[in-house]
Design a binder for this molecule. Structure first.
Ligand SMILES: NC(=O)c1ccc[n+]([C@@H]2O[C@H](COP(=O)([O-])OP(=O)(O)OC[C@H]3O[C@@H](n4cnc5c(N)ncnc54)[C@H](O)[C@@H]3O)[C@@H](O)[C@H]2O)c1
Length: 379
């Protein structure tokens, strides 16, 4: 049985506020909870898309702190109790990845829709089984593909679809983050993160972002040649890998497309860059320090195009530099796309419209993650 992308709202009229709860009140919950409590990250204004009715965490202190900070929701330490007492129509699952399947199953079977942090499951076979459970319960389940909804990602996708860059030749996604830092959330040897339990360790946790971003730009491309070098350059015993260098080659409607996916725990500063290369031009952004650079044919022809590109990109660098100072002062995070995605999700759930991340997006992403971490593609 298949979960439909456009499901029916449980009851009530269009756009009414749904009763929402979260399970897991750790790091990423701040973003979900600020959205649910109506503090719009996008506009700075207060917009309520849902009514927060419950916060659940194994730690009572954490659950109570979050429930009080983000509204007047009740705090719980047991998901089944929260489902029975708070009766949420939507549950955000924000716990470590290996707990997602049992928690999502309990929510769906209790009649709640599920918005789940990535990776929703650790394999695509598990995802297929979970989607069957959702279909059987007539509820919807959606994995967060938040960076797809950042303004920079959207601008690159628009540059591609406008044809300004020609036909797509290559997509590069590069993340540099010091995940092995002993003072960070993954590197503390005294309190090992559950993320280390994923088959490909900490970098596995980022592979969902790589996969959905690559597929977002390379629409209709089937990547059938994959080679992935997984390394532990620092030989930190807590980590399976601290470096990924993956090359994917596929064929799409307009010819061959290469994908380059890089994760480096040793390179600095922090970076989350996206580059799309076409037959006529290329564009890049960094989701951590938003700025768009587009190099493409400009009016004036081949002689003037390089100069016009420099002038236009220089002006944009200055403008985005000022905007980034503003973001710093306002303490904006790179999660603007998460807030945009959640607003679209609540609208879809309330009206029965299509979710921003569809079942086929989730299946394709999960299958690509399977392929990238598979033993047979390792070099
Ligand atoms: N989309 C993104 O950009 C993004 C960013 C960061 C994290 N994440 C994802 O979000 C998820 C959570 O990450 P985090 O950094 O917030 O983790 P975290 O360790 O900071 O928080 C997880 C919380 O879940 C609680 N928890 C664990 N098992 C539970 C259970 N069975 N019932 C109730 N509570 C439980 C823990 O006590 C903890 O407070 C992960 O899947 C991670 O990959 C996504």
């Amino acid at each position: 049985m298949e979960q439909s992308n456009a499901g029916s709202p449980r009851s009530g009229g269009a756009q009414r506020m749904l009763r929402a709860a979260v399970v897991g009140s750790g790091g990423i919950s701040k973003e979900h909870l600020s959205f649910l409590s109506g503090q719009s990250h996008l506009t700075g204004t207060s917009v309520h898309h849902a009514q927060l009715v419950g916060v659940c965490d194994l730690s009572p202190v954490s659950a109570q702190y979050a429930a009080r900070t983000y509204g007047e929701a009740e705090a719980f330490t047991n998901l089944n109790t929260m489902l029975a007492e708070a009766k949420p129509e939507v549950v955000h699952i924000l716990t470590p990845p290996t707990s997602h399947v049992p928690l999502a199953t309990a929510c769906l079977q209790a009649g709640s829709h599920v918005i789940c942090e990535k990776p929703i499951t650790t394999t695509s076979a598990e995802l297929d089984a979970l989607l069957d459970i959702a279909a059987g319960a007539d509820r919807r389940v959606m994995e967060s593909h938040n960076y797809r909804f950042n303004a920079g990602t959207e601008e690159l996708a628009e540059a591609l679809s406008s044809g300004k860059l020609g036909t797509l030749r290559e997509v590069e996604v590069r993340i540099a983050l010091p995940v092995t830092d002993p003072a960070g959330r993954f590197g503390d040897p005294n309190l090992p993160s559950p993320i280390h339990q994923l088959p490909a360790g900490v970098i596995h946790d980022f592979t969902t972002h790589f996969a959905y971003l690559l597929l977002h730009f390379a629409k209709g491309v089937h990547f059938d040649r994959i080679a992935a070098a997984w390394s532990n350059h620092d030989e930190n015993p807590l980590f399976r890998y601290d470096n990924l260098d993956a090359l994917l080659i596929g064929t799409g409607p307009e010819g061959p497309v290469h994908g380059r996916l890089r994760f480096d725990a040793g390179a600095g500063p922090d970076q989350f860059s996206l580059r799309v290369y076409g037959s006529d031009g290329w564009a890049e952004t960094d989701l951590f320090q938003p700025n768009i650079r587009v190099v493409m044919p400009r009016s004036g022809g081949g002689q003037l195009s390089p100069i016009v590109n420099h002038v236009v990109n220089g002006a944009s660098l200055f403008r985005d530099g000022v905007a980034n100072v503003g973001r710093k002062i306002m303490q904006r995070t790179p999660y603007e796309g998460l807030h945009r995605m959640l607003a679209m999700t609540y609208e879809a759930l309330a009206t029965g419209g299509e979710l921003p991340v569809t079942v086929s997006d989730m299946r394709a992403t999960s299958r690509l993650v399977d392929s990238i971490i598979a033993d047979k593609v390792r070099i």
